[in-house]
Design a protein around this ligand. Sequence first.
Ligand SMILES: C[S@@+](CC[C@H](N)C(=O)[O-])C[C@H]1O[C@@H](n2cnc3c(N)ncnc32)[C@H](O)[C@@H]1O
Length: 218
Amino acid sequence: MYIYYALGFLALLLVVGIALYLITARSYESSDTVANSYDEWTQDGILEFYWGEHIHLGHYGSPPQRKDFLQAKADFVHEMVKWGGLDKLPTKTTVLDVGCGIGGSSRILAKEYEFEVTGVAISPKQVQRATELTPEGVTAKFQVDDALALSFPDNSFDVVWSIEAGPHMPDKAKYASEMMRVLKPGGILVVADWNQRDDRAFPLNFWEKPVIYHEINF
Ligand SMILES: C[S@@+](CC[C@H](N)C(=O)[O-])C[C@H]1O[C@@H](n2cnc3c(N)ncnc32)[C@H](O)[C@@H]1O
């Protein structure tokens, strides 16, 4: 008898959980709301206080090991450089950092690899903060631009780089095609984003499919 009560209670919890998720999940409104949220987070300084200059996940080694949270984020940038083969490129290589945040990656690419970096973000306050954090002589500059309608001509950059901006894009195909449009022929596109696992090895289940295809946005 008790088993039926327990099952009934679990079913009730499941229904309440799903209802709460559906009621509280934020759906995408516009690029303005994304920009406003990042503007606010930049102005209050909390994100920068805890996460430093990088608004992305870290690299903890292979096999993973304990390391400083902020160091892991910087290490991630270097791993991505190696993964994309950018460490073999000459100095003055031109790089577009799409969705650059407050410029953490852009500054590493400029300072440590001597690339000519342009960072773009949808948030004016992030662009302002990125500029403030970039010392004179570091070859990284920043501007407000929409990844879905980049203001650069075709074939502008040797490398296009983007970390964890994709979830904000309501049109992923446009995000990809804009990055490819401004990339020079033979250039390198390096993009990183969250992905729990490779769905070619373990296909998404009935619950994951709608979640993954539903844009998680502001
Ligand atoms: C999670 S943060 C990542 C920031 C940066 N790539 C980093 O790793 O520190 C997402 C970034 O995407 C930018 N972004 C979101 N929508 C955008 C759009 N439509 N065009 C350009 N940037 C956008 C935000 O302004 C923010 O800088």
